[in-house]
Design a binder for this molecule. Structure first.
Ligand SMILES: O=C(CO)[C@H](O)[C@H](O)COP(=O)(O)O
Length: 224
């Protein structure tokens, strides 16, 4: 199976999960990226069961609307039973590195509100130690050079994502060369740097369920 086929399989599995578990009239939390797009396409036939969706990016909003979903302002929503999103890396505790698509801050906000975070990923994303995928950090533009120096002190090699501006008007520093042995500690440490909006470690609030696309089928993992 190709990687795209595995992404479609987990997108469909997540749609089946949500259709079975989310209450009638619920608000759905929707992530960003190519795997999340597969989920959006797979859940579209069930859209009338939902009050609408809260989106984590302008790109997902466009796709949701193209399927006829009502896209709601998070400030008008009290509860999100399920949030479905992809990951760039995930470990067996269901900590993740996210933000390859640059939507990490809105993703983290929607995930914080959600009762259940379902991570959907192809098998290549499951790793013993995270850090091979450069860790995205969203930064207020005027703090870029300062934050880069601070990230270097933590042992990483930050590189500006050239020509990219987030939906929030900020820049991304991708931090190379980290071996993330303490995801919870590093997430908190980086967020303490003045000028950082947030970083792509989702460890304090990891996923509750991983649907992993493997050549043998979609496998469910709970946090170890
Ligand atoms: O965090 C993300 C976007 O900010 C994505 O979930 C992550 O980059 C995975 O993307 P894809 O499903 O395209 O591999």
């Amino acid at each position: 199976m190709t990687q795209d086929e595995l992404k479609r399989a987990v997108g469909q599995a997540a749609a089946d999960y949500v259709a079975a578990h989310a209450p009638q009239g619920a608000v759905l939390g929707v992530g960003t990226g190519s795997t999340a797009n597969c989920f959006i396409d797979a859940i579209a036939p069930f859209k009338d069961r939902f009050r609408g969706a809260v989106s984590s990016s302008e790109a997902s909003t466009v796709r949701l609307r193209s399927h006829g979903f009502a896209v709601l302002d998070l400030n008008d929503v009290n509860e999100i039973p399920v949030y479905v999103d992809g990951a760039d890396e995930v470990n067996d505790r269901l900590h993740m590195v996210k933000g390859g698509g640059g939507a990490l801050t809105r993703e983290k906000i929607v995930a914080a509100v959600a009762s259940t975070f379902v991570c959907i990923a192809d098998a290549s994303k499951l790793v013993p130690v995270m850090g091979k995928f450069p860790l995205p950090v969203e930064v207020i533009p005027m703090a870029r050079a300062y934050v880069a120096r601070e990230l270097t002190k933590l042992g990483g090699e930050p590189r500006l994502r050239e020509g990219f501006v987030t939906d929030n008007g900020n820049v991304i520093l991708d931090v190379h060369g980290l071996s993330i042995d303490d995801p919870v500690g590093l997430e908190a440490r980086i967020n303490q740097i003045v000028g950082v909006v947030t970083n792509g470690l989702f460890a304090a609030r990891g996923a509750d369920l991983l649907l992993l696309g493997t050549p043998g089928g979609v496998v469910q993992h709970l946090p170890r």
